[in-house]
Ligand binder design. Structure first.
Ligand SMILES: O=C(O)CCC(=O)C(=O)O
Ligand SMILES: [Fe+2]
Length: 374
């Protein structure tokens, strides 16, 4: 056993302990180098700590390599390290590995194995894991217990795990066809109420201003066209619930999960809106050529509506003279391009401003090719 390191600590002493193989000191030193922007040195110490048996370091290292965040982009190695740490009993690693399993990264895809890992984390008192089990089982009573900090018996958590109906989550929902040009489909009751609540909660903590592509200057920028706030969920921010929702969208749309961008949760307060726009990247705009070449076209948009109780806030298609006012849990899928991949101008749409209350929506943009892991 090594003594815990409490900062501030003399850097020289810390360094000496790290060199002696003290993994806690190695992790602390790694954090210091990260703060100084010396990520390569930080990574070296993290690597040593991982080699010394720290599951925390193995998980952190794996996560960084997975998406190339302050580290080389080495997704296969990153995924392998996360899976290994999970198999050795790491709780953080189990939560990450569960997401990877749902996406078939580093191991063959398995929803059941993912849920078993979530259960293992819950059984080790991980509150987030217990809450997600409750959400996926649509078990309000269990979620209330988790929220109160009430004790959770092993039996109660195992029951929730068994109650999760994976075939229902991943079975194809029935669409209602709205339009052929563009192709538009509605899925009523696409998400259960607790999933809607969970996604709103997760996003609430990290809402920020949103950006749009700049068709003149290239890159992205903030713009009055989009005044709602939002939160993005990359591979390191997402969780089992959000990933299962994405998997359900993949089944419903017939489009591959690898082609999904990181999901965005949008929040519109009274008066906030997303003015009429296209989700496709205009192939005629030279400033977008590079983004189009690198990441491909935005083929489709999948919106899942997360709450009721607001006035206004429809998703409007002005060229179709059609507005969609959803109930909580409903979803809308529309294609921004035709079957040959050509932009469809009739897909012009807007998120109208709520006139009373706030609107929450999960917005999933889908491309025509696999997306980089970010
Ligand atoms: O909020 C809405 O109804 C529309 C959102 C939207 O257009 C988008 O996310 O691309
Ligand atoms: Fe849009």
């Amino acid at each position: 056993m090594t003594a815990p390191v409490t900062e501030p600590l003399d850097p020289l002493a810390l360094h000496a302990r790290a060199r002696d193989g003290d993994v806690k000191a190695q992790i602390a030193l790694s954090a210091i180098f990260d703060r100084e922007g010396r990520h390569d040195v930080a990574l070296g110490w993290l690597q040593q700590a991982a080699a010394g048996g720290s599951l925390e370091a193995e998980t952190a290292l794996g996560s960084r390599l997975l998406v190339g965040r302050a580290a080389p982009f080495a997704p296969a190695q990153g995924a392998e390290r996360i899976h290994r740490a999970a198999e050795m009993g790491g709780v953080e690693a189990a939560m990450r590995a569960a997401v990877l399993l749902l996406r078939g990264l580093g191991r063959p895809p398995s929803g059941d194995a993912a849920l078993d890992l979530l259960l293992s984390a819950a059984l080790k008192d991980n509150v987030d894991a217990s809450a997600q089990l409750a959400v996926l089982a649509n078990d309000e009573d269990l979620l209330a217990r988790v929220d109160r900090g009430a004790p959770l018996s092993e039996d109660r958590l195992k029951r929730a795990r068994r109650a999760i109906d994976l075939p229902a989550w991943l079975g194809p929902p029935t669409p209602a066809e709205i339009s052929e040009t563009p192709r538009i489909r509605i899925f009523s009751d696409f998400l259960p109420p607790l999933a809607c609540l969970w996604i709103r909660r997760r996003a609430d903590r990290k809402l920020d201003v949103l950006r749009v592509y700049d068709a003149e200057a290239g890159g992205v920028r903030t713009d009055g066209i989009r005044t709602s706030r939002g939160a993005g969920f990359g591979l390191l921010d997402t969780d089992v619930v959000l990933t299962l929702v994405a998997a359900r969208m993949a089944v419903a749309s017939g489009l591959r999960l690898e082609t999904f961008e990181p999901a965005n949760v949008l929040n519109y307060q009274v008066g906030q809106q997303y003015r009429p726009h296209y989700d496709y990247l205009d192939p005629a705009a030279p400033a977008l050529a590079e983004a189009l070449h690198r990441q491909g076209q935005r083929t489709a948009t999948f919106l899942a509506y997360l709450n009721d109780g607001y006035a206004g806030g429809e998703t409007a298609f002005p060229r179709l003279e059609w507005d969609f006012k959803a109930k909580a849990g409903d979803a809308l899928l529309f294609f921004n391009v035709d079957l040959d991949g050509r932009p469809v101008e009739r897909s012009l749409h807007a998120g109208l401003p709520p006139t009373d209350g706030e609107k929450w929506v999960l917005s999933q943009w889908i491309r025509d090719r696999a997306q980089p892991l970010i």
